[in-house]
Each structure stands twice: as structure tokens, then as C-alpha cells.
Write a protein that binds this ligand. Structure first.
Ligand code: ADP
Ligand code: ADP
Ligand code: MG
Length: 675
């Protein structure tokens, strides 16, 4: 497709050959961009914040510049500091990645003014497409199908409520400047509208500094289908097929695949053509994505993302192109490497977003130092795009995405199996991850047959986040072996350890009881030893037991004459066990330890992580039931509601809206109801 030459002529001036590229981002996307830039012979410069001194992207780049303090607005969002860093290092171009400044027209303009190539569209294109309202006006004119709704300037209550009535409930109230699923509320009836607008505006103002809202008809149980496009400054524009990103939670993508298993060839061509028309309307230059919601038959434009997308690898794998290379070539002022009819679809690819979060605790982000980082080799169609490695740490200041596990195969079915294996071979310790949840999701029978919609995860949540089952003899044996192994390692380095003499006996008898506490309550097992083989005594059964450090890593465990290869790690009092039955985490209740047990704040209202108080939901003196919402905290960009741990009376609220609170701080005091 050819763009009209007028606008692209102006764009041409902005794009030229460069040798040094600064990456204004962090995590996996910074690493991803550096990899390709280096392969193209460019010198790379990493910008980083104080929290990211030891981050992977910093070590990968040829040089690195400190941008500022941990807070994004002082570093990764600080335009002045980024331009200074470019000047200081002789960087002639900036790649913004995704998130942060990637869709900030002001940043693109400031780069151009400073004579720096911005790897992306021009500021004008971004302004035209960056706002959801503005782009919908343009698409309307270009004849691209839209979700019915309101995307005008006026923002008063009367206008919004009239628009909602006209679209017909349910509607979606959406921040025009929004991204990442934030500033968005589903409203099912007129009575709920005002409150939803207030809370969406609050979130949008905090996140995007802009609280303008648009109203859309809420398409029930839709699919999310989007098209990758790339344009150059010579007026060429191509589409690289579509991705289906229907598996979402809270409007955020979790699993993405390409091509969409929902579309046939005719529908595929139709949606790609609509996307080319959409991008052609602004003579788009660079990589971009046109997003649609679909009822499986028709599709409606929702927004354009004027940047590289998180899920771009699935497109790369089916189209056989490197999109970062294409972005850089376009930024050099070159023509696109391929024409539309040279772009061929091959096989199927699927990606899972690996997060440091706890799906069993409402997806609460998990921060801390990474102690184990093991990912499978990139063979047999697997690809791992990671932003972290062993010894790295996850900071509460940024998005908690650790890596993406991506699988390609000739068919969708095989791609799913490969992705499952890739996830299964990924081991990350130190923070809680969503790996078990991702595995449950992609192996769900409905996902296999593509019987999904955007509400699927929410509906199936209980099944996808099962409580940890009771441990079998195998897991208990592995846990015991992990403890023994850790003790013998400690004994080897400590001459005074009581564990040194192998026949150490607990309270006079040659047996030792182990108590574990986990999702399924307390379980105990007794080890009878001194003779060979030792015996595990479990529920009155005697199970012959032996364990040794395995030469291939992990533990060789012989239970009842069967040899098992397992993983067992002791970290303080937490035991991590992995067997053929899955992954388990249990707490070892040490009979001799002086453990101060319930320090976890389980019966108090405390900040689970550093965050900002965004709303108080009760007043002091209020009577509350167990589980009643007390206040809302924004933690790592997600709102978390803290609830009453038991029924009682709110004695005092120890914070106010806007307070920035540290982890572990008590935010409200509840006096238990007398029973
Ligand atoms: P994609 O379709 O590429 O996943 P998202 O809208 O989910 O796009 O955003 C991509 C990433 O950028 C996510 O990690 C999201 O949290 C982050 N992000 C999106 N918008 C912003 C923003 N305005 N500021 C900072 N980060 C953002
Ligand atoms: P963001 O900028 O946060 O990515 P989008 O407008 O792309 O915002 O919407 C994010 C997600 O919300 C979509 O992928 C889709 O699942 C859902 N969504 C958006 N608009 C609608 C709609 N009109 N009806 C139903 N679901 C929608
Ligand atoms: Mg979107």
C-alpha cells in the first residue's frame, strides 16, 4: 500500500542513518532491542535508574548512563535526563520500547528538536492516533468500523450520561489517554455511571495526567484481535497478519497468539485491510498495532498503539521477520525490506507473560531478590525474552513482568504443548511467579479448542488458581531430603554443628519428626533412621527412604524402591519442592527454632508492599464484617483493596488519601467483635 507523498515527505527528513542508539526503557524490551541493534552493528547505550544499577539491560549495552532515582518519573519518564544522556554518549537515536515514553508525542518532538532520531512515528502521527478519542474521529472518516459510543470533547456529567444511554448499557467508560487496561470501568446500569466515571478519572489522572473519558458500547464476551503494521518514510505500508489476545485479566493481556485461530482466510484479509486503511489515514511511519474487539464475526476498531507491542514476538515467529530490525531500518530512512505479497504466514506462535505476582492472592505483585533463574534453552521452537537473570531483583517501582516465554510450531496444538513444556522448564525462586497459573491456563481444554472470550480467565479463576493440594509421600520425602541436604551442607562448613555426627538423635530415639504447613494445612512425617534403608513413617505406613544429591542437579530420591528425580530447596524455613506432581511450597515448622510465627500481618490491615493510598472506604467507628473493604491502595500500578481480617469495629484509620506508605505499615486498626 502506498501512502500519499505529502506527509511522508516531511517525515523523510526526520529519519537518517545512525551508529549509536540509546534505549530509553528497561527490562525485557530493553534487552530485546539491544540484541538486534548489536546484531546490526550499532553501538548501544542503556539508560537506567538507581534501582536498576545491576539490571540485565545495563550489563548488555556498550555503555550505560544513570538517568535518576528509582521512581519512573525521575528516570525513565524524565525527558530532560534522557536527552542529556544521549548528548553525553553521542547517541544519535533513541528507541523508546513500550510503555514509559513510547507514546509520548512531546518526547518525540523534543528528540527531533535535539537532532536525535526517534525510533517510531512522528509526534504528529502520535498525536493523531495516540488519543483513543482523536483516533476514533479519524477512523470514522476513513471508514473503519468503530464500536458505537461517544468520543467528543465535552466531559460534563449530562453529556456522558446521555452518551451512555444512547450507546445502551452495558457501556465501557474509558480514559482517552489510557493504556495497560487502566482507567477503564464496565458500567451495567445508569445508576452506576457517576461513581465509575469518578474512579476511572482518578486512576487516569494519576496514571496519564489526563482524565478525559470516552464511552463505548461494551461488547459482551468479545475477542481481542489486533493487526501488526509497519510503514516507512517512502510511503510504503504493510500488515504482518493479526494476533489474538483474548486471554486477558482486567483488560490486560496474559497469553497472545498469532495467527488468530478464530479467523478464516477471508476474515484475516478483511481485518488486515481495515488496519492498513487505519494506519494509512495518517501515512503512518514505524511499527504500530491496530486493535479491534470482535464478536467472532465482525470487528470494531478500539485503538492504535503507535509503538512496538509486548506481544510482537508471536508475529515475528510466524512472519519470519525481526520487527526491531524493521523499526531501525525505517528510522535509518530505508525502505521496508519486504512488500506485502512477499510476507508469508508460517505456522503458529503463542506467548505467555511471566509475572512476579501471586495469582492465589489476587495477583498481588511480588518483589525481592531472584534466587534461582532457570529458563529452557531456546531450541525446538522456544524463545525466551527475559529482562532479569540470576541475582537480579524485582523492584516495586515498575511493572512486574519478568520475561516472556514464546513457542512456535507448525500447528496451534503443538505450539501449546511446546509452550507448556517451556513454562514447565522455567524455574524462578525468590519471588512468587504466575507460572502455575499460566500453565493451567494454556492447558485448559477450552483454550485448546479456542472456546474463549475476554471474560474467560475471570470466570475460570478458581480452576486456574487451585489451592495447593495435600502433599503426597513423594513431596514429603523430597521436603525431608531438602532439609537433610541443607543440614549436611551446613555441617560440612561448620565443625561445631550438632549435625556433624551422622547418628544425631532427637530426644534419645533414632527418629525425627518433620512438620510442614502449607495450603492444605499441617502435615507431618517421621523419619526412622540409623539402619539402612531409613524409613518414612506416614499415616502409619512405613516407606523405605533414601536420598542423595543427584549428579545432574537436584535430588535423587528412592521411595519404596522407586527412583525419583526431584527438586528440593530449603530457604530459611520455606521449603520449595518440585516433583512429577508439580511445584509445592511449604513452611517447615522447626521444633527447635525460635520462630516468631504469625508476623505476616495476617490479622492486621497492613500495606503488603509500598504503595499509595487512593481511597478510604470506611470511617473510624464503622462496624465491619470479615472481608469488608477498608481502603484501596495502589501498588505497582494496580489498585488493591485491603479488607477486614475479621468482624469488628474500625478503631482508627492510620493513613489518608494520597499517603505514600511503606511495606508492613499498619494502615487501619480493627477491634475484633466480642463473641
Ligand atoms: P500491549 O498491548 O503492548 O500489551 P499495553 O497497553 O498493555 O500494551 O502496555 C504495554 C506495557 O506498557 C505494559 O507493561 C503497561 O503496563 C505499560 N504501559 C502502558 N501504558 C503506559 C503508560 N502510559 N505509562 C507507563 N507504562 C505504560
Ligand atoms: P488499553 O489502552 O488499556 O489497551 P483498550 O482500549 O485497548 O485499552 O482496551 C483494552 C481491553 O479492554 C481490550 O483488549 C478488550 O479486551 C477490552 N475492551 C476495550 N474496549 C472494549 C469494548 N468496547 N467492549 C468490550 N471490551 C472492550
Ligand atoms: Mg489496547
Amino acid at each position: 500500500m502506498k501512502n500519499s507523498s505529502k506527509a511522508s515527505g516531511a517525515a523523510k527528513l526526520l529519519y537518517r542513518r545512525f551508529n549509536t542508539l540509546l534505549i530509553a526503557n528497561r527490562g525485557e524490551i530493553a534487552c530485546r532491542v539491544i540484541r538486534t541493534a548489536r546484531a546490526m552493528g550499532l553501538r548501544t547505550v542503556a539508560g537506567y535508574s538507581e534501582a536498576d544499577r545491576d539490571a540485565l539491560h545495563v550489563g548488555m549495552a556498550d555503555s550505560a548512563v544513570l538517568l535518576g532515582p528509582a521512581r519512573a518519573r525521575d528516570s525513565y519518564l524524565n525527558i530532560d535526563r534522557i536527552l542529556e544522556a544521549a548528548q553525553k554518549t553521542g547517541a544519535e537515536a533513541v528507541h523508546p520500547g513500550y510503555g514509559f515514553l513510547s507514546e509520548n508525542a512531546d518526547f518525540a518532538r523534543r528528540c527531533a528538536e535535539a537532532g536525535i532520531v526517534f525510533v517510531g512515528p512522528t509526534a504528529e502521527m502520535m498525536e493523531a492516533m495516540g488519543s483513543k478519542s482523536g483516533s476514533k474521529l479519524l477512523m470514522e472518516k476513513a471508514g473503519v468500523p468503530l464500536v458505537p459510543g461517544y468520543h467528543g470533547e465535552a466531559q460534563d456529567d449530562a453529556t456522558l450520561s446521555k452518551a451512555a444511554e444512547k450507546a445502551g448499557f452495558p457501556v465501557l467508560v474509558k480514559a482517552s489517554a489510557g493504556g495497560g487496561g487502566r482507567g477503564m470501568r464496565v458500567v451495567r446500569s445508569a445508576g452506576e455511571l457517576a461513581a465509575a466515571v469518578v474512579s476511572a478519572k482518578r486512576e487516569a489522572l494519576a496514571a496519564f495526567g489526563d482524565d478525559r473519558m470516552l464511552i463505548e458500547k461494551y461488547v459482551d464476551n468479545p475477542r481481542h484481535i489486533e493487526v501488526q503494521i509497519v510503514g516507512d518514510s517512502h510511503g510504503n505500508l504493510v500488515s504482518l497478519f493479526e494476533r489474538e489476545c483474548t486471554l486477558q485479566r482486567r483488560h490486560q493481556k496474559v497469553i497472545e497468539e498469532a495467527p488468530s485461530p478464530t479467523l478464516d482466510a477471508k476474515q484475516r484479509e478483511a481485518v488486515c485491510e481495515a488496519a492498513r486503511k487505519a494506519a494509512g489515514a495518517v501515512n503512518y511511519v514505524g511499527a504500530g498495532t491496530i486493535e479491534f474487539v470482535s464478536n467472532g464475526k465482525d470487528f470494531f476498531f478500539i485503538e492504535m498503539n503507535t509503538r512496538l507491542q509486548v506481544e510482537h514476538p508471536v508475529t515475528e515467529l510466524i512472519a519470519g521477520v525481526d520487527l526491531v530490525e524493521w523499526q531501525l531500518r525505517v528510522a535509518f530512512g530505508e525502505k521496508l525490506p519486504l512488500e506485502q505479497d512477499q510476507i508469508k504466514l508460517n505456522g503458529h506462535a503463542m506467548e505467555a507473560r511471566l509475572y512476579a505476582e501471586n495469582p492465589n492472592k489476587n495477583f498481588m505483585p511480588s518483589v525481592g531478590r531472584l534466587r534461582t533463574w532457570r529458563t529452557p534453552e531456546a531450541v525446538d521452537g522456544l524463545r525466551i525474552d527475559a529482562g532479569y537473570g540470576d541475582g537480579g531483583s524485582v523492584s516495586p517501582n515498575y511493572d512486574a513482568m519478568l520475561a516472556k516465554v514464546i513457542a512456535w510450531a507448525p500447528t496451534r496444538d503443538l505450539a501449546i504443548s511446546r509452550l507448556a513444556r517451556g513454562l514447565n522448564e522455567t524455574d524462578i525462586r525468590g519471588v512468587v511467579t504466575n507460572i502455575p497459573f499460566l500453565t493451567a491456563l494454556i492447558t485448559h481444554p477450552d483454550v485448546r479448542v479456542n472456546a474463549i472470550d475476554t471474560g474467560f480467565i475471570e470466570r475460570e479463576l478458581a480452576k486456574l488458581t487451585p489451592e495447593q493440594p495435600a502433599l503426597t509421600a513423594l513431596e514429603l520425602g523430597a521436603a525431608v531430603a531438602a532439609i537433610l541436604q541443607s543440614e549436611s551442607e551446613a555441617a560440612a562448613t561448620d565443625a561445631h554443628s550438632p549435625w556433624r555426627s551422622s547418628g544425631w538423635t532427637a530426644v534419645g530415639s533414632r527418629q525425627r519428626k518433620f512438620v510442614f504447613r502449607g495450603g492444605a494445612g499441617e502435615q507431618s512425617v517421621t523419619l526412622l533412621y540409623g539402619r539402612r534403608p531409613s524409613v518414612l513413617l506416614l499415616d502409619g505406613k512405613r516407606i523405605p527412604f533414601a536420598s542423595a544429591t543427584s549428579p545432574r542437579g537436584g535430588i535423587d530420591l528412592v521411595l519404596d524402591g522407586v527412583n525419583h528425580h526431584v527438586t528440593g530447596l530449603l530457604d530459611g524455613h520455606e521449603v520449595y519442592v518440585r516433583t512429577q506432581n508439580g511445584r509445592f511450597e511449604v513452611h517447615w515448622v522447626d521444633p527447635f527454632g525460635t520462630e516468631d510465627e504469625e508476623q505476616t500481618g495476617g490479622d492486621r490491615v497492613v500495606a503488603p508492599l509500598p504503595g499509595t493510598v487512593v481511597a478510604l472506604l470506611v470511617e473510624a467507628g464503622a462496624k465491619v464484617d470479615k472481608g469488608a473493604p477498608i481502603l484501596t491502595l495502589e501498588v505497582m500500578k494496580m489498585e488493591q483493596t485491603l479488607r477486614a481480617p475479621f468482624a469488628g469495629v474500625v478503631k482508627s484509620l492510620k493513613c489518608k488519601v494520597g499517603d505514600i506508605v511503606q511495606e508492613g505499615v499498619e494502615l487501619a486498626e480493627i477491634e475484633p467483635a466480642k463473641t
